[in-house]
Write a protein that binds this ligand. Structure first.
Ligand SMILES: [Zn+2]
Length: 279
């Protein structure tokens, strides 16, 4: 799934390419693409795009008083639509601009969870789907992070992926941040304290900066296999810091990857909540 660096760099590319172009029409291609009824998308017709911003993993296409909030979910992309075919493969919705260009929201696979919310720009951060998001991972400070840890006592890996706790991080960066911070992905955030918050904050800033620097070199959004990292999807490979083999705990929808030497004092993690079912 695209995370903060990928979405941020993509927002910058879209702004560069489309700012100033007026919206001609918004065309949902599937029934589930548009998640809102009011305001109607035509409120934005004829209005130039101010810019494309970001909140968490959402893209914000701002047309004056109206904003389209786009979530790419797992396999979604918002790309320049060269062909503008009647039935685009994986097509969810299309933004047609007055200069004849278009942006197409596509989603690979069959889940169809990517979507568009049309909201009023004023107060957009306090309305669904953005109202549930925690502080931004790239701008939160250590004191706020420590307070969030106390408010959301859970495994560090789960905290980082929980958009209500902190916004913008997903499965890949959660693995990379725990590794950089030299903390177990199963460490309880309720016990990390101020020192833990400092360590996680530094690791988070570095991991985001690395991802963003890479993503900004690209003409389009990377695939997950292209993204920089040390542990994510590298099970069995040597840790670039200490040489130990990267281990994993696999769940149905994600994998926790870590280095035992760097992160758990050599301990191999097993998940007590699921391992008893895995015999
Ligand atoms: Zn290591």
């Amino acid at each position: 799934m695209p995370e903060l660096p990928e979405v941020q760099a993509h927002a910058e590319r879209l702004t560069e390419s489309f700012a100033g172009d007026a919206l001609k029409r918004f065309v949902p291609i599937t029934f589930t693409a548009l998640k809102t009824a009011v305001p109607a998308p035509d409120a934005a017709y004829g209005t130039p795009l101010d810019d494309v911003g970001r909140r968490g993993k959402y893209l914000l296409l701002e047309f004056g008083p109206t904003t389209f909030v786009v979530h790419l979910m797992q396999g979604g992309r918002l790309l320049v639509d060269e062909k503008q075919s009647a039935k685009p493969r994986g097509g969810q919705a299309r933004f047609l601009f007055e200069d004849g260009r278009a942006l197409l929201l596509t989603e690979a696979g069959t889940e169809r969870r990517a979507g568009v919310w049309c909201v009023r720009t004023e107060g957009r951060l306090d309305a669904p789907p953005l109202d549930h998001l925690g502080p931004e991972a790239d701008t939160i400070d250590a004191a706020t992070l420590a307070a969030r840890f106390a408010e959301f006592p859970m495994r560090l890996h789960g905290f980082l992926r929980d958009q209500k706790a902190i916004a913008g991080i997903g499965r890949r960066l959660a693995n990379e941040i725990c590794h950089r911070a030299k903390l177990s992905p199963f460490a309880n955030t309720g016990k990390l304290g101020a020192d833990g918050a400092e360590a996680v904050l530094a690791a988070m800033r570095d991991a985001i900066a690395e991802g963003l620097a890479y993503e900004r070199t690209r003409p389009d959004m990377s695939s997950s296999a292209d993204r920089p990292g040390s542990v994510h999807k590298r099970t069995g490979e040597p840790c670039p810091v200490c040489g130990d083999a990267i281990r994993e705990v696999a769940y149905s929808s994600y994998t926790v990857s870590y280095c035992p030497t760097c992160q758990t004092g050599g301990k191999v993690l097993a998940d007590n909540t699921t391992s008893k079912f895995l015999k």
